[in-house]
Ligand binder design. Structure first.
Ligand code: ZN
Length: 203
């Protein structure tokens, strides 16, 4: 029995709740993307959602199509609404036009992520995919107040939209790992009638 978990590959994993082992597991909101996440039962859906968010916080990544933060969504919509896309400087120095934001989807996820200390956003041009530094948008994106918008988004990302979920995860993790022995008895956490209980076993 676990109260918190780290999402991972679900390839070849059994159809059970990864928290309690119940064999009525769901593949839904606990999946960050196709074949990656945490399978859960109806009781542990909230654990799975929290643990997926905490994982994104720790890994400095955000799965694009799961973002609900209004400011980040506004920024994505702004870029998405540019009729001719935006320009990007390629590694050879060439300025290339017609780039769009890559919003990703369940089967082909895209991530806002930190690369070499810089927050980047996934972009695409025809069949080319590239994560572009947010700070570079200031030079190449024809939107009024773009510097202020970009700086605000970087602040939000640095603060972490899932920071609270990570704090909650840490609290629960500490409880999960603090099962201790007392003189003459062994205390274990067990699932009893759907509730997590402390069971005292004779030594
Ligand atoms: Zn469960």
């Amino acid at each position: 029995m676990k109260n918190c978990l780290v999402p991972g590959s679900t390839v070849m994993t059994p159809m059970i709740c990864f928290y309690c082992g119940q064999d009525e597991s769901k593949i839904g909101r606990g999946m960050l993307y196709h074949l990656f996440g945490i399978k859960h039962c109806d009781i542990h859906i909230t654990n799975a959602i929290r643990d997926c968010k905490a994982y994104q916080h720790r890994e400095n990544l955000l799965v694009m199509n799961r973002i609900k933060d209004p400011e980040i969504l506004k920024f994505i919509d702004l870029l998405d609404g540019l009729p001719n896309g935006f320009s990007v400087e390629r590694s050879n120095g060439e300025i290339q036009t017609g780039w769009k934001i890559n919003k990703g989807y369940f089967y082909e996820p895209a991530f806002i992520t930190k690369i070499n200390g810089h927050w980047t956003i996934p972009c695409t041009n025809d069949k080319t995919y590239k994560n572009i530094k947010l700070i570079d948008f200031i030079c190449f994106v024809p939107i009024e107040n773009i510097s202020k918008i970009v700086e605000d988004i970087i602040d939000i990302l640095n603060e972490g939209i899932y920071k609270k979920d990570q704090e909650e995860y840490e609290k629960v993790l500490n409880k999960d790992t603090s099962v201790h022995y007392e003189d003459g008895e062994i205390i274990k956490y067990v699932l009893y009638e759907g509730q997590i209980c402390r069971a005292i076993l004779p030594k």
